[in-house]
Design a protein around this ligand. Structure first.
Ligand SMILES: *Cc1c(COP(=O)(O)O)cnc(C)c1O
Length: 396
């Protein structure tokens, strides 16, 4: 393997989050002065004599300067030692599992994991010989009981979870995992590194679907891993190159561009979400509003400790059941009916038949009366009015 290209991280590690989001890994180009990292649309690099690599670049599966910039920025934002960018969140997850587990080992996963993560374990990794147990990761004792000593290699946590917005205590689960010599992996997609930095609470590796808040504009599919210890960087770097599910230069550039405004966006997502939660709490049609910032949310105190704010995802249950949920999601106009989340535009969906349809009949099945919102950064009062109109139209 060539030496790691780039490594322009050190000079910004003392700075605040927003500064690092804009500068980490992204010095002006020394030749042209270009302020923004270029999209290096190249597969290969001229060598100055055999093996004479310039800054370590040899072939773009192994490394590409645009991807390096993104990887350094992500590592800085998550306060990790090294970042890796992939073609999708699931590609990142699969590479992580290839790199750090072997057939015969076992993983503990959340019982309300992202549907695609569950499908990866059930439909792919299981056939490779990797066993898994879904548990409620909000329950530290349940996690401890699910661990198989000597066999469990990874405890996998999402917090907040998708779509039920359960909160896991990262530090407590890290302690339980480490006592059993297992690693703690946190899927930080929902919070983003602006709201939560799991590596600072004891996690070993952070996973992202950069498709969501990191990219933030619903115009790219991507994934990332950030590791705390160099020890775990080695096998992941090897597998990133050996498996090859890397982020392309244009996709890397889009995510890097998105990261620059992550802090601004997350504050606005959180602000709008709070307004919508207030509104939903006043509606008779809604039997339960689920948001980690609510006093009655069982994870509120933990969320307050490990998150800066409570984020842009809001879920709620319709008193009249599945059909009422389906009717509502069909009637909004500003809230677009679509899967995915984390973009500037507001989205609405019915998890049971959409994002979580692949979990039907499994322990990860979600309630049929559930509606999930990805609250965007539009004018908050317009979003409230759109929902109000949809509720009223459903009544008529
Ligand atoms: C979307 C998502 C993923 C998968 O990422 P892709 O980019 O779609 O492959 C993983 N975890 C969570 C929490 C997600 O929302």
């Amino acid at each position: 393997m060539p030496a790691r290209p780039g490594a322009r991280l050190a000079h910004v590690t003392d700075h605040g989050f927003e500064t690092r989001a804009i500068h980490a890994g992204q010095e002006p180009d020394p030749r042209t002065g270009a302020v923004v990292p270029a999209i290096y649309a190249t597969s290969t690099y001229k060598q100055d004599g055999v093996g004479g690599l310039r800054e370590g670049y040899e072939y773009s599966r192994s490394a590409n300067p645009t991807r390096t910039a993104l990887e350094e920025c992500l590592a800085s934002l998550e306060q990790g030692s090294r970042g890796f960018a992939f073609a999708s969140g699931l590609a990142a997850e699969d590479t992580l599992l290839r790199a750090l587990t072997r057939p015969g080992q076992h993983v503990v996963i959340p019982d309300d994991a992202y549907g695609g993560t569950y499908r990866l374990f059930e439909g792919v990794e299981k056939h490779w010989g990797l066993a898994y147990t879904p548990v409620s990761v909000t329950d530290v004792d349940a996690v401890r009981d699910a661990i198989r000593p000597g066999e469990t290699r990874i405890v996998w946590v999402e917090t907040p979870t998708n779509p039920l917005l359960n909160i896991a205590d990262i530090q407590a689960v890290a302690d339980v995992a480490h006592k059993a010599d297992a690693l703690l992996v946190v899927d930080n997609t929902f919070a983003s590194p602006y709201l939560q930095q799991p590596l600072t609470h004891g996690a070993d590796i952070v996973v992202h679907s950069t498709t969501k808040y990191a990219g933030g504009h619903s115009d790219v599919v991507g994934g990332a891993l950030v590791v705390r210890d160099a020890e775990h960087a080695e096998p992941i770097a090897y597998h990133q190159n050996a498996v090859g599910a890397v982020a392309g230069p244009f996709d890397s550039w889009l995510v890097l561009r998105g990261l620059k405004t992550l802090g601004l966006r997350m504050d606005r997502h959180s602000h709008n979400a709070e307004q919508i939660v207030d509104f939903l709490q006043g509606r008779d049609e809604v039997s339960e509003v689920i948001y980690p910032g609510l006093a009655e949310h069982p994870g509120r105190e933990i969320a307050k400790r490990q998150m800066k704010r409570f984020g842009g995802m809001v879920s709620f249950r319709m008193r009249d059941g599945e059909q009422a949920a389906v009717d509502l999601v069909n009637r909004t106009e500003l809230f677009t009916l679509a899967e995915s989340l984390g973009g500037v535009e507001s989205l609405i969906e019915h998890p049971c038949r959409m994002t979580h349809a692949s979990a039907a009949g499994s322990p990860l099945e979600v309630p049929p009366d559930l509606v999930r919102l990805s609250v965007g950064i539009e004018t908050g009062s317009d979003l409230v009015a759109d929902l109000e109109h949809a509720f009223e139209a459903s009544k008529a």
